[in-house]
Design a protein around this ligand. Structure first.
Ligand code: BDR
Ligand code: CA
Length: 311
């Protein structure tokens, strides 16, 4: 199985991504979860990550708290999408599993130094603050990363937090720039693909029909999560952004994209955090990312439902 660290800000869709990884031990060896401030502040994201592990009966997973803020900016959150707790929907409880003592940024550094070079994949599902902080603190780890598969950015689908920017990149554009210029192979799941991965009513009901604790918990999260897109945009369901990252590691053939150059806007107020993606190859800038544009959404939901059913 592929060794990964999930870096996350749960977030209902982050939660489904974690569950998908935990349900796929043959393909995924989850070394640990590092939490970051994003959808909601860090105190909530690290609590939510522990709740998700407990739902899956996996209180043994190491959950670390990382950065409470972006590298050089104040935090912007998204309670309007995820609710006050970040995980609105199911009834929530105080988790009993402990938070790991070591800081999330240090955990990323230590793990990359300890494991053989080229064997650990980073899976960022929130703002890139922890990853960039680790790269800045310990430049020696950069070349040891196997790959970064992240959720973030947008090109044809433009923005979801501003007209120009996707949330994860907008919140910490300097961190995103550090990651995209690091030289590490990057695969990006932008809104272009995640807006094709919609949790429709039928798909949510299939998950509820698992009739397990994980199935009910997930369906209740998605009942809440879809309201935003369905009510505001008349969409058929909420986009399941973050699970695309994990599904790609399990079944890459579900996805397609292009290897292109992507640059991050870090100064303009108007387009801050925009992922300027050279999809048509109109510059001679070298490719630095595999930018995913399409997904077999039925195959994607079949995979999620089946793997959640194993928990
Ligand atoms: C991203 O932002 C968050 O709201 C989601 O969890 C996802 O990671 C989508 O723009
Ligand atoms: Ca997220």
């Amino acid at each position: 199985p592929r060794k990964i660290i999930i870096d996350t800000d749960p977030g209902q869709d982050d939660a489904v991504a974690i569950l998908l990884a935990l349900g796929s031990p043959q393909e995924i060896d989850l070394l640990g979860i590092t939490c970051v401030a994003g959808n909601v502040p860090l105190a909530l994201t690290q609590t939510n990550a522990r709740r998700v592990c407990e739902v899956a009966g996996r209180s043994d997973v190491a959950v670390h708290a990382g950065r409470a803020a972006p590298l050089r900016r104040p935090l912007v959150t998204a309670e309007h999408v995820h609710g006050k707790t970040g995980l609105d929907g199911p009834e929530l409880w105080e988790p009993t599993m402990p938070l790991a003592e070591i800081n999330g940024v240090d955990f990323i550094i230590d793990t990359l130094r300890r494991e053989p070079a080229g064997t650990v994949t980073l899976c960022p599902l929130g703002p890139l603050s922890n990853i960039a902080a680790a790269f800045e603190q310990a430049p020696d780890i950069v070349e040891r990363v196997q790959e970064i598969v992240l959720m973030g950015g947008a090109y044809f689908e433009v923005g979801n937090i501003t007209p120009a920017a996707e949330f994860n990149i907008y919140v910490d554009p300097e961190a995103a720039e550090i990651v995209l210029t690091s030289g590490v192979p990057v695969t990006m799941m932008p809104l272009d693909v995640t807006h094709k991965a919609l949790a429709t009513r039928t798909r949510i009901e299939a998950i509820r029909a698992l009739d397990t604790r994980v199935g009910h918990f997930t369906a209740e999260m998605l009942d809440f999560f879809e309201r935003f897109d369905v009510e505001k945009y008349g969409s058929e369901g909420g986009p399941l952004h973050d699970p695309c990252v994990i599904a790609y590691l399990i079944q890459p053939e579900l996805f397609s994209g292009r290897r292109i150059n992507v640059m991050i806007e870090t100064s303009s107020d108007l387009t801050l955090g925009m992922t300027v993606a050279d999809w048509w190859g109109v510059t001679d800038r070298a490719a630095n990312a595999l930018f995913i544009g399409d997904v077999d959404s039925d195959g994607f939901f079949a995979l999620i439902t089946e793997r959640l059913g194993r928990l």
